[in-house]
Structures are given as structure tokens and as C-alpha cells.
Design a protein around this ligand. Sequence first.
Ligand SMILES: NC(=O)c1ccc[n+]([C@@H]2O[C@H](COP(=O)([O-])OP(=O)(O)OC[C@H]3O[C@@H](n4cnc5c(N)ncnc54)[C@H](OP(=O)(O)O)[C@@H]3O)[C@@H](O)[C@H]2O)c1
Length: 244
Amino acid sequence: MSSFTYLISGASRSLGLGYSRALLASSNNVKVIAGARNPSSADQLQALQKEVGKGRLYILKLDVEDASAVQNAIKELESSGFLEAGGLDALINNAGVAVAPEAPSATKPDLVMQNFTTNLFGVMNLTSACLPLLKKGKGKQIFGVSSICGSLGGFFSDNSLATAYCISKAALNMYLRKLSRELESDGFTVVPYHPGYVKTSVTSGQGELTTEEAVKLAVDNVILKVSKEDNGKFYDYNGKIVPW
Ligand SMILES: NC(=O)c1ccc[n+]([C@@H]2O[C@H](COP(=O)([O-])OP(=O)(O)OC[C@H]3O[C@@H](n4cnc5c(N)ncnc54)[C@H](OP(=O)(O)O)[C@@H]3O)[C@@H](O)[C@H]2O)c1
């Protein structure tokens, strides 16, 4: 039986590591390419690779902010022999940062740029580098780990918190929505989703869900569930529509 291969950015720890582990556990046919900025210090990812084997988990050195390094990483992947028939089935754009919880009046352009560099430009770099591989794959799925913070119609737009981060996730949503329209005729499913308020370093350990709980919900209700009809929709970890 043929395999289904995911590439997950920011898989060194927290949600990205959890998605890698849970998707590998979901079926023996699943393979994962786990992107990490510093593979040698990603101890939990290395341990997961020992558990499942190098045939199912490929660790790729990947900093999404550097466009040419991203292109080189994808070239390395193409020549590695890990991809079945040279194709990638799904991309999970998970790597992200939340720089400074400033109010709008205190938010300076360079703070916005720091959030944009990873949360928007990083996703654009990786997505465009992966598109040729995704077009050769069977799955044709692109996920963006977005946030309720980027929803203009959601509760987070009614407070003055984390302005630069919120703007970056709103921009990410627009990018993915437009991408969903561009790629619809090629059979793609492009889905941004809110992963929950999760106790990780992005939230300084605050949150409503543990990483394990949030991973299980998003994997069951979004990642393994979506079909082509979901192209261009914005979901939360419960599989409920989030307003743009
Ligand atoms: N936790 C929440 O409540 C929550 C809510 C809404 C949305 N999100 C989103 O969920 C995603 C994952 O967040 P998390 O909670 O798991 O955060 P986290 O614990 O801070 O982990 C972030 C991950 O992203 C990686 N990363 C950061 N910058 C990168 C870059 N330039 N290139 C490649 N990897 C990079 C980190 O790698 P290193 O180990 O190298 O630092 C780490 O693996 C983010 O997009 C975040 O915005 C989280």
C-alpha cells in the first residue's frame, strides 16, 4: 500500500512535535518529514525517529525565514529518496513565533516585521518551495497553523492584546485563502486552522489545553478529516468554522 507523506515545520517541540508523533501513530502508511532549525538539539524528535525508524521519519534542517536555505532543504529532500515517486502529500505550516504582547498604540513596525518574518514570509517561503512536490503528491493538502488571534470576526479582535502577532496571523489567513483559490482547480485543499489555546512556549505555558490534548483534537477534527470541500475554510481544533 502506498504511503502518505507530511512535511511539518517547527517540529522540534510543542505542537509540531506532537503532530509528527500523532500522525505517525495514526497509520503505518504515514511518513513524516519533520522540519527543525537545529536537528542536533531536537532531542525529542531524535528519540521519535529512533522509535519509528528513519524509513518513516526524516528530520530536515529547516529555518523557514531563509528563502534560499528553504529551497536548498527541499532539494536535499528531493534527492534523499524519502519521497514516494518524488511527491509530498501534505504540508503543515506550523513554525511560528509570537513576539511581544503589545497594545496597538505601542506597536512599532519592526515588531510587526518580526512576527511577519516567520508567521507569513516563512509560510510563503516553504509553501512555494514545496508546491512542485505537492503537485506530484496524492494528498494535495496545505495546512496553516493560524490562530483565533488572526480572526477579525472572532473574540480576540475585541481586545487590544498581541497586536503584531494578530496582524501576522490575519495576513497568513488572507495568503492561504487566496492560495486556496489559485490551487482549487489543481485539486488542492488549503486550510488554515486555530490549534487551541495551548500550554506551550508561545503562550509562556498558559492555556486551556495541554499539547497532547490540542494535538489529538486538531489531528482528529481537522488534519485527518478535511476533504476538497473544505478548501479555503478556516477551522478551529474542534472542526468548527472560525469567522475570517
Ligand atoms: N500555543 C498556542 O496556544 C497557539 C495558539 C494559536 C496558534 N498557535 C500557533 O501554533 C504554532 C506552533 O506553536 P507552539 O505553541 O507549538 O509554539 P512553540 O512551543 O514556541 O514552538 C514553536 C516551534 O516553531 C519553531 N520555529 C520558530 N521559528 C522558526 C523558524 N524561523 N523556522 C523554523 N522553525 C521555527 C520552533 O523551533 P525551535 O525549537 O528551533 O525554536 C518550534 O519548533 C505557531 O504557528 C503558533 O503561532 C499556537
